[in-house]
Design a protein around this ligand. Structure first.
Ligand code: CP3
Length: 365
């Protein structure tokens, strides 16, 4: 049903076009709106602790931040999943929290506990942050992107990324992951002007950070808004859609042809408004978004990416195959990048990722 929609059959005019203009890489073609008979794929957190070679290098590097800030290590870790599975995209190995770290906020990753930051909870606390050393601290990240742009296989797309302002603010204000997000919500709701100063700062440095990644060789960038789903709709507009729209506009002013992917995890009924209001070129679907709904409602407006439950990948077997086929059936008739609905979890057997790769590469539209 989907195979005949567009593109992949090479007519003589396609061939002529290709002669004057090289064909886009599969992931970039999908982001440009092409319907691919075999959707390109990559996986959020495709590099990480589920891979033994990652754990080995991580032990050698010492701390997680040493891994992020050492281009030799970061390049190697980025390439590890590509060697095994040949995804269509490589995502820069780093973390969203290097941005607050580069603003001078102390950051540590404690074994088994996740990230810890010295919280900022008032306008007064913002004085402890500074942009002075921002790009200097992130220079190793730009170097990693530069090296990756020549190290990745031809046909593989290089993805840069950053956290979206709301999610970054969640970590900066709470000082860690949280169940309730009470501190950050109380500040945002009770003192929107003061909290807005923090968001403005994050918007400006993040746009700059993404532009530098693009200038170093990133071909597309993704904004991770992992905690977009905890806000009521009016606050979602103000702290998710609006700051994202400003970042997209700032990035587009310098790099109009670089696609921006937004991932407003948990946005639920607000996905449509996010797509209409943020200006992103493609949208990442979390695990809970019904693929058939996304195909009818979102995909006519823009390419979508997602959304296999990472726990389905960890479970494997027949359920993995059925769930993957369901997503492909629903979404591969429009512009689509296959991915998970959130990151690969640590207990995922590498063999299950191999099985998923086979299912995707065997898919016949
Ligand atoms: O996707 C990739 O392969 C690229 C690398 C990447 C990491 N983190 C590596 C990482 C990316 C894109 C991220 C994004 C990120 N980081 C997000 C947004 C996506 C999401 O998961 O919601 C968030 C919220 C963070 C913040 C963060 N970093 C947390 C909460 C943790 C601890 C949880 C955990 O899994 O340990 C991290 C650490 C982290 N970031 C690890 C990796 C591989 C594990 C660190 C280790 O090796 O000990």
């Amino acid at each position: 049903m989907s195979g005949e929609r567009t593109v992949l059959s090479a007519t003589s005019s396609d061939v002529q076009n290709q002669a004057s203009k090289p064909a886009l890489k599969p992931m970039l073609a999908a982001l440009a709106g092409e319907v691919r008979q075999q959707p390109p794929f990559w996986l959020m957190r495709q590099a990480g602790r589920y891979l033994p070679e990652y754990r080995e290098l991580r032990a050698k590097a010492g701390s997680f931040l040493d891994l992020c800030y050492n281009p030799d290590f970061a390049v190697e870790v980025t390439l590890q999943p590509l060697r095994r599975y040949g995804m269509d995209a490589a995502i820069l190995f780093s973390d969203i929290l290097v941005v607050p770290h580069a603003l001078g906020q102390p950051l540590a990753y404690l074994e088994g506990e996740g990230p810890k930051l010295d919280p900022v909870r008032s306008v007064e606390d913002l004085k402890r942050l500074s942009r002075d050393r921002f790009h200097e601290m992130l220079a190793p990240v730009y170097e990693t992107v530069r090296r990756l742009s020549t190290a990745i296989p031809a046909g593989t797309t290089l993805i840069g990324f950053a956290g979206a302002p709301w999610t970054i603010a969640c970590y900066m204000v709470e000082g860690a992951g949280s169940k309730e997000y009470a501190h950050v919500k109380r500040w945002a709701y009770g003192d929107p002007v003061g909290f807005g100063q923090l968001i403005d700062l994050i918007v400006e440095v993040t746009a700059d950070y993404l532009c530098r990644q693009i200038e170093a060789g990133a071909e597309t960038v993704q904004l991770f808004d992992s905690w977009a789903g905890v806000l009521p709709v009016a606050e979602f507009r103000r702290w998710v859609i609006e700051p994202t729209r400003r970042i997209v506009a700032l990035v587009k002013a310098k790099h109009p042809d670089t696609p921006v992917i937004g991932f407003p995890r948990g946005a639920g009924h607000a996905y449509e408004e996010y797509v209409a209001g943020s200006g992103v070129d493609a949208v990442g679907l979390d695990t809970t978004v019904p693929p058939v709904w996304a195909a009818q409602t979102l995909q006519p407006r823009l390419p979508v990416q997602g959304n296999l439950d990472p726990i389905m990948l960890a479970a494997g077997g027949k359920a993995l195959e059925t769930a993957t086929h369901d997503i492909l059936t629903a979404l591969s008739g429009g512009p689509f990048v296959f991915n998970l609905g959130h990151g690969v979890i640590q207990s995922t057997p590498p063999a299950h990722v191999e099985a998923l790769t086979r299912i995707l590469r065997d898919w016949q539209g």
